[in-house]
Design a protein around this ligand. Structure first.
Ligand code: ADP
Ligand code: 5GP
Length: 197
């Protein structure tokens, strides 16, 4: 087992593509790992979520997220256009259903980067999905990363750390855990779990 991996992962040889969900506390490095992985393997298809959160500097509509108003988000929910959605630290986030279904039907490796509540909903609606938990090397390191990113105000960081305590307590609900010590190592492990390498 690789040094940063905990738990077992069933992966029958020749398994068909299945949906992979990556979750973990805010600041653990999910976006960093996914960006690194997709630079090497652009064939991994990452769902772009809709969110009511305002863009961070450098974030572009349709790239990191579809940035929508509260009213637009209400409509997506009412029209059943989201595979799952959740409220996280004061904003709503949801996965557009149609694109995910199309890519899965085409047999592509599909990745969702979503929070714990979303992962639980996917577990219920798509029991076949592989749920991967990204854990920090330590609580102190998580706080350092979240604070060091410098994108949130102190009160938002506090809300995210409150959510992080809940998320860390739910690790055992996931099929497997990767500890994000090295971005390179974790990316490789995730690619292997997804049958891409
Ligand atoms: P998330 O998407 O989980 O909220 P980010 O990808 O934005 O987290 O990462 C939060 C911060 O931690 C960023 O500043 C990022 O550069 C840093 N980071 C991510 N992975 C590592 C790592 N393995 N070692 C050190 N810093 C990391
Ligand atoms: P951030 O604001 O830092 O980009 O994301 C905050 C949290 O929302 C992260 O845990 C991220 O994984 C999660 N998230 C992003 N998109 C979605 C989504 O479509 N659904 C759910 N449930 N969570 C999401």
């Amino acid at each position: 087992m690789p040094a940063t991996s905990r738990g077992t992962t069933p992966k029958p040889p020749g398994a068909r593509q299945r949906l992979t969900v990556l979750s973990g506390p805010s600041g653990v490095g999910k976006s960093t790992v996914v960006a690194h992985m997709r630079k090497q393997h652009p064939e991994v298809w990452l769902s772009v979520s809709a969110t009511t959160r305002p863009p961070r500097p450098g974030e572009r509509d349709g790239v990191q997220y579809f940035f929508v108003s509260d009213e637009e988000f209400d409509k997506l929910v009412a029209n059943g256009e989201l595979l799952e959605w959740a409220e996280f630290a004061g904003n709503r986030y949801g996965t557009p259903r149609a694109a995910v279904m199309e890519r899965l039907a085409a047999g592509e490796p599909v990745l969702l980067e979503i929070d714990l509540q979303g992962a639980r909903l996917v577990r219920t609606s798509m029991p076949d999905a592989l749920l991967v938990f990204l854990a920090p090397p330590s609580w102190e390191e998580l706080v350092r990363r979240l604070t060091g990113r410098g994108t949130e105000r102190p009160e938002v960081i506090e809300r995210r750390l409150d959510a992080a305590r809940v998320e860390l307590a739910a690790e055992s609900e996931f099929d497997t855990t990767l500890v994000n010590t090295s971005v390179e190592d974790v990316s490789q492990e995730l690619l292997a779990l997804m049958n891409v390498v």
